[in-house]
Design a protein around this ligand. Structure first.
Ligand code: MN3
Length: 255
């Protein structure tokens, strides 16, 4: 793929998407555009970790994240919500002729604008949840990053607390359903962003592109049973279950 062409095309699609939204249309309400650019070329220019197309076993039991995330929420979230994204993704890749033995999921996400809305919702939904499960472990107090990751967080946000505030605000202020993210951009800068619905920063439709290091699900289904409407409480408790060793490994791979 040609970088120059990719960038122009991405900017065009973003502009077209924004124009569509401004006119009260969704991006997917632009079939002529989708038809014209359905060659599955180009991309977001970022790479993410490989995640299989099929749902993987949860890396811990449903009750392991208690009391931060209750077992019932985990069971429904994993076995119903996330399982449905995986199933619908499997249907979408068949319907749209994706050879999953050749096409990595992270690379498909990078050119998601060339696929259907069903692909976008479910490829994102599946990827984001698999990524999310791996980002957590049993709760501990004073849970913090260390080493090179901590240094880079301090360099780019001022302090760990300043980063936490920015990330928490991204989650709290995401209207409706979506995700908060810590990403590393192609010029190796750490940035906090958020995405609507099941989008993520690997997608060429995302306002901010970068390799995800940490993501937080702020859909109501992720916290409502225990926290009801109190999304800020869910977010502040969630810091205790972040698996910083995994985030460090992602950071090492991207730098
Ligand atoms: Mn979810």
């Amino acid at each position: 793929m040609s970088g120059h062409f990719s960038n122009n095309r991405r900017e065009f699609l973003k502009a077209a998407g924004k124009a569509g939204l401004a006119a009260g249309l969704s991006v997917t309400a632009l079939p002529s555009l989708a038809g014209k650019y359905n060659n599955h070329q180009a991309g977001s220019g970022v790479t993410g970790e490989d995640i299989p197309y099929e749902q993987q076993p949860l890396p811990y039991g449903y009750a392991v994240l208690e009391p931060v995330i209750d077992a019932m929420t985990m069971e429904i979230h994993y076995s119903k919500h996330a399982a449905a994204y995986a199933k619908n993704l499997s249907d979408a890749v068949k319907a749209e002729g994706v050879d999953t033995s050749k096409q990595k999921l992270s690379a498909l996400l990078a050119k998601i604008s060339t696929y259907s809305a069903k692909m976008r919702n479910n490829a994102g939904g599946h990827y984001n949840h698999e990524f999310f499960w791996k980002s957590m472990r049993a709760a501990s107090d004073s849970n913090m990053p260390a080493g090179s990751l901590q240094k880079s967080i301090t360099r780019d946000f001022g302090s760990f607390d300043a980063f936490k505030t920015q990330f928490s605000d991204a989650g709290k202020n995401r209207f409706g359903s979506g995700w908060a993210w810590l990403v590393i951009t192609n010029n190796k800068k750490l940035v906090v962003t958020s995405t609507p619905n099941q989008d993520n920063p690997l997608m060429d439709v995302s306002e901010v592109n970068g390799t995800p290091l940490l993501g937080l699900d702020v859909w109501e289904h992720a916290y409502y049973l225990k926290y009801q409407n109190r999304r800020p409480d869910y977010i502040s408790n969630w810091w205790n279950v972040v698996n910083w060793a995994v985030v460090q490994r992602r950071f090492d791979k991207a730098t």
